[in-house]
Ligand binder design. Sequence first.
Ligand code: PRP
Ligand code: URA
Length: 209
Amino acid sequence: MSQLHVINHPMVQHKLTIMRDKETGSKDFRALLKEISLLMGYEVTRDIPLIDVDIETPLCKMKAKMVNGRKLAIVPILRAGMGMVEGLQELVPVAKVGHIGLYRNEETHTPVVYYCKLPEDIQDRLVIVTDPMLATGGSASDALSMLKARGCKNVRLMCLVGVPEGIERVQRDHPDVDIYLAAVDDHLNENAYIVPGLGDAGDRIFGTK
Ligand code: PRP
Ligand code: URA
């Protein structure tokens, strides 16, 4: 069964509060999203397997532990998911990055696919899907289905803010996918925006409104 991990570390909560504030401009919004993504990345990667490698310290030879970062992939849902990639890349610099382009139809609020480019060996990797907003859950659920159609079996979803509707949708459609969030908000409004939320994440990252 899919597990929900809410990362309530004080630094994550502090940065999220500044992001929510409507007075926070794009430059700070982007910087904070990157910082939170790195912090959340610690939790998302907490149990990834380690391999033994032979190294030599200044004193002696030893077997030491290393993460096999080449087995990871980060897949942002465009556009807003892009804002979470750099933070994760700082944590795992050799992870490959795929892209899934989805936008929500403004009237029906259902996702429309417009782009998909994934690493060739994506099915052999642990995939971290990123998107700051988990609203109806339609975009995340469709992105996860696209990855499964490519054979991915080990996928995690990392968002910033979600609501119960979106969490339930993803858990129903993808019971094998764990969800990581910094906050569970109250509800969706009539335009399927998260309340209190932080507004349109893509617009705030890229300054398009
Ligand atoms: C936003 C957000 C998610 C989606 C969440 O993207 O980044 O991808 O909405 O909503 P859902 O859970 O109801 O599917 P948007 O469609 O606004 O596209 P954009 O990132 O290109 O602005
Ligand atoms: N997409 C956003 O960017 N914000 C929301 O609140 C919901 C969907």
